[in-house]
Design a protein around this ligand. Structure first.
Ligand code: UDP
Ligand code: MG
Length: 311
């Protein structure tokens, strides 16, 4: 059986088209399937749509969060509710083309345990968004040593990979990178990002920046180590400057060092604050993890949901 996990935040008008298009593709490929919608604290009646659909179609099941927990949480909730032998994660605004599904399944049948959806182009995005995304993925690829520029949350995971992901204890997850981290035999499917079917994107510049910081700090400790490196560079710099100052002092030419002092003040002050800030982000992550709160809270579920109620 194939499960399709669809995180949905205020996607009322996209639920029915998503069900229709995905079902069509899965039916023609002859697979048994289920569609797992997770309404991420939607306020526009998305869950009512899911509820209605699950009443009409036994393939549809759904869960509703008690509030908005974010797409990561919605994906993980979907993974934990899915019972398929393979799970496909895709956006329910249909920006991830359903036409790529048969190829994904084929690669999975051929032995791939993780099939990554790779964007051929980034679709229609604002220049600002594009620049920022480029920067973020450039940095993330460097930090994680994984090429993530074109990667997306559109993936097929074998049951083994899903279980491995669900076993990770951390609450700050980064789905896109974790599917690389868990290993397994992976393959790629290339796709063209489509236009959002209805409604508009949930990302603001602010939410993108916080997403970037959160993921960078939850996936890499390199920035933290960079603080130490920066410290060393400054100590060496200070030593050279110190020697020079002393030489000048003893040769009696010491004089207008004012500019240097001010510059050093500013530069060192800046780096100290930056370093504290970076360390602070990690402390915040640690704090989040230590609290051990669940990634999400489910208010309602619908459809034949849990593994043990399957029979
Ligand atoms: N989404 C979610 N929770 C959120 C934000 C988004 O579940 O807090 C879902 C959304 O419903 C969609 C997918 O994540 O199915 C991608 O979101 P969106 O289309 O807004 O992002 P974009 O495609 O512009 O990157
Ligand atoms: Mg979208």
């Amino acid at each position: 059986m194939i499960s399709v996990v669809l995180p949905a935040y205020n996607e009322k008008d996209n639920i029915v088209p998503a069900i229709k298009e995905i079902s069509e593709v899965l039916k023609t490929s002859g697979e048994d399937y289920e569609l797992v919608f997770v309404s991420d604290g939607s306020s526009d009646g998305t869950y009512d749509e899911i509820l209605k659909a699950s009443g009409e179609d036994p393939h549809v099941k759904g869960a509703e969060f008690s509030r908005n927990f974010g797409k990561e949480a919605a994906i993980f909730a979907g993974l934990s509710l899915a019972i398929g032998d393979a799970v496909i994660v895709m956006d329910c605004d249909l920006q991830h083309p359903v036409s790529a599904i048969p190829e994904m399944i084929e690669k999975w049948r051929g032995g791939a345990e993780v099939v990554e959806g790779i964007k051929k182009s980034r679709g229609k995005e604002g220049i600002f968004h594009r620049m920022f995304a480029g920067m973020f993925y450039g940095i993330m690829s460097g930090l994680t040593k994984i090429d993530m520029k074109a990667s997306s949350d559109f993936k097929l995971l074998d049951r083994k990979a899903v279980d491995a992901l669900l076993e990770l204890p951390e609450s700050n997850t980064f789905f896109r990178a974790l599917t690389f981290w868990i290993g397994f035999k992976s393959d790629k499917v290339y796709y063209e990002v489509e236009e959002r079917r209805s409604g508009k994107s949930k990302w603001s510049f602010k939410s993108l920046v916080s997403y970037a910081i959160k993921n960078a700090t939850s996936f890499s400790t390199l920035p933290l180590k960079m603080i130490t490196t920066m410290g060393w560079v400054f100590i060496i710099f200070a030593l050279i400057l110190g020697v020079q100052t002393l030489v000048k002092f003893f040769s009696g030419t010491a004089a207008d060092g004012f500019t240097t002092v001010i510059l050093l003040q500013l530069i060192i002050g800046g780096f100290v604050m930056l370093s504290l800030g970076i360390a602070g982000h990690y402390i915040a992550r640690i704090y989040d993890e230590v609290k051990g709160r669940p990634r999400f809270i489910i208010r309602n579920t619908t459809g034949r949901l849990f593994k043990n109620t399957e029979e």
